[in-house]
Design a protein around this ligand. Structure first.
Ligand SMILES: [Zn+2]
Length: 278
């Protein structure tokens, strides 16, 4: 199946659910490993032997000043300083006039930056733009964009000044980025509202021609997008699933009649869809 055929399916359907994983941001050029990493962050290479922004995110720093220096660079590099990529913008243009909803494990804000309406995007695994109490002593998230920019400005080599290290306003303990990596992930009111909106969207469209488009979702956390998309395609009478993935595009036998796996480069497929309009 090529991009043009997929575009026809989008035009014919009543509603679209986009499910996106790391593969989409990688295809969009928003990725953790950069060939310029050593050039951009020589101090991270020199002090910690880091090679990319993914493996380095598991490192246990000795001090909070160093930890926030690292995370400020990570957040600024992958999110705050990045504009919407052309791939996400193309995707937006393909569905903007449809009844759509997005569910994603990506934490880089690309959907919002590209124009997708915030209330129609469910960021299941959190966002780089939010921080929380590291021990989840209360269910509130705090916007970090201002403090991160300040850290970037005041950062010296691999340390931020101590007065910029955030502290939990309730328990006084450490703060953390709102990313699901342990049992302390905070799901605030807004997160729950997005979850509800997603469920309502599915429910509202279960008897209509609902198109699931899955982009770059692998087997890291298949229980969030991949398996539910398969189950719902199976359950809903008029649903159809398009799974675009450059390595794992297999479709289970029981939904072969209402699903298609496209094993291809996501960028190439989306470019095919948009090309004829240019
Ligand atoms: Zn706390």
């Amino acid at each position: 199946m090529n991009g043009e055929k997929i575009k026809e399916l989008i035009e014919e359907c009543d509603a679209v659910v986009i499910g996106a994983g790391a593969g989409l941001s990688t295809a969009a050029g928003v990725n953790y490993g950069s060939k310029d990493f050593a050039k951009l962050f020589p101090e991270l290479v020199l002090n910690y032997h880091f090679t990319d922004m993914y493996t380095s995110s598991f490192y246990i720093f000795e001090t909070e000043e160093e930890r926030w220096s690292y995370w400020a660079k990570h957040i600024d590099y992958l999110c705050l300083s990045k504009r919407a990529s052309s791939l996400y913008k193309k995707l937006y243009n393909l569905v903007k006039d449809k009844d759509y909803f997005v569910v994603t494990t990506n934490v880089d804000r690309q959907f919002i930056k590209a124009g997708f309406e915030e209330k129609r995007v469910f960021e299941v695994q959190g966002s780089l733009t939010k921080i929380q109490c590291a021990r989840a002593c209360h269910d509130k998230l705090y916007d970090d964009t201002k403090i991160i920019k300040e850290m970037i400005k005041e950062n010296k080599n691999t340390k931020v000044p101590s007065h910029l290290v955030p502290k939990c306003p309730v328990c006084g303990g450490k703060m953390d980025i709102n990313l699901r990596k342990n049992d302390f992930f905070v799901e605030d009111d807004e997160w729950n509202e997005h979850k509800r909106s997603y469920e309502e969207f599915l429910n509202k469209n279960k008897n209509r021609k609902l198109l699931f488009i899955e982009l770059g979702v692998g087997f890291n956390t298949p229980g969030i997008i991949r398996f539910p998309f398969e189950e719902l395609t199976h359950k809903y009478a008029s649903a159809f699933l398009i799974r675009i993935n450059d390595s794992n595009a297999n479709i289970p036998y029981d939904i072969k009649h209402c699903a298609i796996g496209v094993k291809a480069n996501i960028k190439k497929v989306i470019d095919e869809m948009v090309r004829e309009e240019e």
